[in-house]
Each structure stands twice: as C-alpha cells, then as structure tokens.
Design a protein around this ligand. Structure first.
Ligand code: FMN
Length: 333
C-alpha cells in the first residue's frame, strides 16, 4: 500500500532517526514494535549504491513488515545522488531522504552531509534535481547551519527547499561545527516551520516523552525525530506516543521485558546480519536496555565477554527463567 505521506505527517509522527551502524532492519523492527511511527534507514553512500556495493544494497533492502521506512542517501555529487535516488526508489521506501546534516569531518569536508550547508545554492539545486528524477516524495535532513555564519541559513533554506519540491525537512537543531556539543536549539525548527507549508520535523536532544511533547508544542513542528535515546531506550516511542495522544503515563518496562528485548533484538540481528556481527553490535544496546535491571551492570559485563550467539542467548534465557520466579518491580529514573 502506498505511503500516505500527508496523512502520516498530519498525525505528529514520532520518528526513529537514521543512525549509521544502528538503524538497521532489526533495530527498525524493535523500534516499530515499541511505537515508532516511521523509521529511516542508516545513511547510504550514493556512489557505492550506484556501483552496486553489497553493503549499500543490503541497507536499502526493506523486508516484509519494514514499513513505513524511508531510505536516506548521502553524497557530494548531485548526479550520483540522483542515480542513487532512482535505485533506492525501486526498493519501495515510504520516501527518500537526503542527508545534508552529517558533520563527521571525513564526510562533510568532502562536500557530502553537512558539507552542503557551505553552499546553500548548490544544496537547493541538488535537491531540485533529485526531486525531478524520482516520483517518490523527497525530504532533506540537515542542521541549522555550518556554524560560522552571521545568521543561520536554515530559515531561508527551508523556504528555498520547499520551492525546489522537497516535501519535508528534518532539522537537527545544532550547527555542523557543534557536532554534538552544546544543546539543540529547537527555536530554529520553529523559525523554519513558520516560513514553509511543508512538514518540519524537530530533532536533537529529545530524551523523554515530556521533552517530545515540549519540542512539538514549542515549535509547532509536524513531527519529532529521536536518535540516541532510542539506542538505550526504544520504549521512548510508545511513551511519547501515549503522551502526545493524552493516553496517560505508560508504565516503565519491567526487568523481564528488558531482558526479553535483549534476546529478541539479538536474535533479529543475527537473522539479518549473522551471529558474529549481531553479538558485537548488540553491545551498544545492553547498557541502556539493562540499566534499570537489578545487577544489570554485572550482566552487561558478562554479555560483553561472550563471543558466541548461542552462549549469549543461553545466558539471557537463564536470566529470564531465574528472574521470572522472583520478579521485583523496576523503577525508571
Ligand atoms: C551513532 C549515530 C549514527 C548516526 N548516523 C546518522 C545517519 O546515518 N544519518 C543522519 O542523518 N544522521 C545520523 N545521525 C544523527 C541522528 O540522526 C540525529 O540527527 C542526532 O543524533 C540528533 O538526534 P538525537 O539527539 O535524538 O540523538 C547519527 C547519530 C548517531 C548517534
């Protein structure tokens, strides 16, 4: 079924952010099961997709049930980006997102990601070209500016990107130069939102359901995007959704739910990426998933030291069995 772009953005979606080496199919499944309204893939390098690299092809493969998911592409060459957009479109994502916000020097210095913010004219021309080459909605994710401008370009850029045919704009409310330092200033999302009629999605430092509501209320944005908090607490999506829909406080995940999620996520990742990579990649999630679990730090240490999938699963299942006989309530901070 075709993605109802306008309908979804009219319902204040809470969106899983694109995150390289995190937002793979297994993690999208986890976040969707916990209430994410929309997901975006890890960024996909345009040149590699055009050159048929296997890793990039895997990144754009959306399996059954992996919807709505947008595919994000990045690159510094507009023709490569346009070709990549045509290829990604065939994977039938909800829409295509162009990364104009990655600040990492090896990407931004070469002109990709936030590098586009150094030449707004070129960014707008590139977006216009991509819009002309695909039928799917095209969106842009960017930051408020490069970081040395006298006034941030995001407001003018928002207007110009809308004129270029971009259908929505996600704003990580920091400059590229800030990286992750300082605080995200959501007022930039509000200022941009005020001058366009396309949906603007506010992003940066949303860590709780209350913060999600505040970000949307303060900015009037159409949706909110959550990145780092989801890595440790994917329950944020159902908590935020419930808060936005005035459905009341969602009880925090129990000790058993937390351990069960480790099993499910690990298994889903192993199915997709193989056992070795799954065991290693899960290590970024254990500290958050198990933070509120009694003796969780010991369990994290134990899991991090186990090299095999089967042994990891058996430790987790044993923990589940032992703890299900003496469950204690878990209080979230
Ligand atoms: C590990 C990691 C990988 C990221 N990869 C991407 C990416 O591929 N594309 C992108 O647009 N942003 C990427 N980001 C930035 C996030 O999408 C988001 O804009 C940023 O983390 C701010 O949101 P947050 O405060 O909710 O984390 C990444 C962030 C992290 C932490």
């Amino acid at each position: 079924m075709a993605f109802d772009f306008d309908g979804v953005f009219a319902s204040r979606p809470v969106i899983l952010a694109p995150m390289e080496a995190v937002t793979d199919a297994a993690f999208r499944k986890v976040c969707r099961a916990h209430g994410a309204d929309l997901c975006v893939t890890e960024f996909v390098r345009a040149e590699n997709l055009v050159n048929q690299c296997r890793r990039e092809q895997t990144k754009i493969t959306l399996g059954p049930g992996d919807a709505p998911t947008a595919i994000q592409i990045y690159g510094s060459d507009e023709e490569h980006l346009a070709e990549a957009a045509e290829i990604a479109e065939r994977a039938e994502p909800a829409y295509l997102d162009i990364n104009c916000g990655c600040w990492v020097p090896k990407i931004a210095r070469g002109g990709a990601g936030a590098g586009w913010l150094r030449s707004p004219d070129a960014m707008v021309a590139m977006a216009k070209m991509i819009v002309s080459r695909v039928a799917l909605p095209v969106t842009v994710k960017t930051r408020v500016g490069w970081g040395t401008e006298e006034s941030m370009p995001i407001v003018d850029l928002a207007r110009r990107l809308e004129d270029a045919g971009v259908r929505a704009l996600t704003i990580h409310c920091r400059t590229a130069k800030m990286g992750y330092s300082g605080d995200a200033d959501w007022s930039w999302a509000q200022k941009a939102r005020e001058v366009v009629s396309i949906p603007v999605i506010v992003n940066g430092d949303i860590r709780t359901a209350n913060e999600c509501k505040r970000a949307l209320d303060q900015t009037g944005c159409a949706g909110a995007m959550i990145g780092r908090r989801a890595i440790e607490h994917p329950w944020i999506f159902r908590e935020a959704r419930s808060r936005l829909d005035r459905k009341g406080h969602v009880p925090p995940p129990t000790e058993l739910e937390r351990i069960a999620l480790c099993c499910e996520h690990l298994q889903a990742m192993a199915d997709d990426r193989g056992p070795g990579r799954a065991v290693r990649a899960m290590r970024q999630h254990y500290p958050g998933y198990l933070r509120q679990v009694p003796n969780g730090a010991d369990l994290v240490r134990e899991l991090n030291a186990i090299p095999s999938l089967d042994d990891t699963l058996s430790v987790l299942r044993q923990e589940l069995a032992e703890r299900s006989t003496c469950v204690t309530p878990v209080a979230l901070a």
